[in-house]
Design a protein around this ligand. Structure first.
Ligand code: AMP
Length: 145
C-alpha cells in the first residue's frame, strides 16, 4: 500500500492552529506539549512537532531532534510533577501500528511501581483535572529552568 499523505485537518493540526483547545504544558519554536484527553495514566502528556509530519517515517531528522529534546524536557517535568518511579513513551505509526491521530506525536506517561496503564483510547478525563495536572507540569518545567 502507498504511504498516506499528511492531512492538514487532523485534530493535532487544529490544536496547533488554535482552532480547538488543549491543556498546554510546554511550547517552543518547534514543538508543543499538552495533556492527552483520554489518559492511560495520571499525567499522560503528548509532545508533537509543529512541522506537519504524519509519523516517524516522513519526519525530517531535524524535526525528530527538536521533538526528542522536548520529550526529554517534558519527561523530566512530568516525572517530577507526579513523583513517578519511571516513564513510558509510546509512538505509533499508521493504523496498523496503533496510530489514531495522523500527526506525529510521542506519548509521555509517568509510571509508578505496580500501577498498570489504562487501556489506549479509554475514557475522557475531567477537564478540571487535566487543567490542574497541566499546571503542575508547568510548575515543574519552571523549576527546571
Ligand atoms: P495514537 O494516535 O494512537 O497515538 O493516539 C492519539 C492520542 O491522542 C490518544 O491517546 C487520544 O486520547 C489523544 N487525543 C485525541 N484527541 C485529542 C485532543 N483533542 N486533545 C488531546 N489528546 C487527544
Amino acid at each position: 500500500m502507498a504511504d498516506a499523505r499528511y492531512d492538514p485537518d487532523n485534530i493535532f493540526a487544529k490544536i496547533l492552529r488554535g482552532e480547538i483547545p488543549c491543556h498546554r504544558v510546554y511550547e517552543d519554536a518547534h514543538t508543543l506539549a499538552f495533556m492527552d484527553v483520554m489518559p492511560q495514566g495520571e499525567g499522560h502528556t503528548l509532545v508533537i512537532p509543529k512541522a506537519p509530519s504524519r509519523g516517524l517515517l516522513d519526519a525530517d531528522p531535524a524535526t525528530l531532534a527538536a521533538l526528542m529534546a522536548s520529550v526529554q524536557r517534558v519527561g523530566r517535568a512530568v516525572k517530577a510533577a507526579f513523583e513517578a518511579d519511571g516513564l513510558t513513551l509510546f509512538q505509533f505509526n499508521e493504523a496498523a501500528g496503533g496510530q489514531t491521530v495522523f500527526h506525529l506525536h510521542v506519548h509521555v506517561i509517568p509510571r509508578r511501581e505496580g500501577v498498570p496503564l489504562k487501556r489506549h483510547e479509554g475514557g475522557m478525563a475531567d477537564n478540571a483535572v487535566l487543567a490542574e495536572q497541566a499546571a503542575r507540569i508547568r510548575t515543574a518545567l519552571d523549576a527546571q529552568g
